[in-house]
Design a protein around this ligand. Structure first.
Ligand code: HEM
Length: 129
């Protein structure tokens, strides 16, 4: 039997971009006030917000604008400039989990997204503690 990746089925159920942009807004609101994460991010948070929203839209099965603009995602490589240990990983997941709770259209997919974020964030770790 063919394995179906549940993450890539999410966009179909959501049906539009707006909830992903809303999720990213909620997440970045938290990053702005996070003493662990804020120093890792550049002063201008705008471009990163756009990139994260487009990446999530693409990864969940929506339009492929992220790769059209940036090429292959190679997320681990893109994160190498930032020191990501377990503390940073946990802060990222905590903020994203809170943000997820704020977006009604994503509640049906909450568990799948949460598991995706948790494992993807673990994969981004590039530093020992
Ligand atoms: C594990 C903790 C993580 C930390 C500390 C972290 C930190 C960062 C930072 C500092 C940037 C640069 C933002 C900018 O240049 O404006 C970034 C970019 C990005 N991150 Fe993360 N990140 C983490 C995990 C994740 C995860 C789990 C995902 C996806 C589910 C993700 C997706 C992205 C994307 C799509 C970008 C934009 C890359 C681009 O410029 O094309 N990150 N991240």
């Amino acid at each position: 039997m063919q394995e179906v990746d549940p993450v890539s089925e999410i966009y179909k159920g959501v049906g539009k971009d707006a909830p992903f942009f809303a999720l990213v807004e909620e997440f970045y609101k938290r990053v702005e006030n996070d003493t662990v994460l804020r120093p890792l991010y550049p002063e201008d948070l705008g471009p990163g917000k756009e990139a994260l929203a487009l990446f999530l839209i693409q990864r969940t099965g929506g339009r492929q604008t992220y790769s059209q603009q940036k090429g292959h995602p190679r997320m681990r490589g893109r994160h190498m400039p930032f020191k990501i240990g377990i503390i940073e990983r946990n802060a990222w997941v905590h903020n994203m989990t809170e943000a997820l709770d704020m977006v009604p259209e994503l509640q049906a997919h909450k568990q799948t997204l949460k598991e995706f974020f948790e494992s993807f964030a673990t994969f981004m770790i590039n530093q020992p503690d």
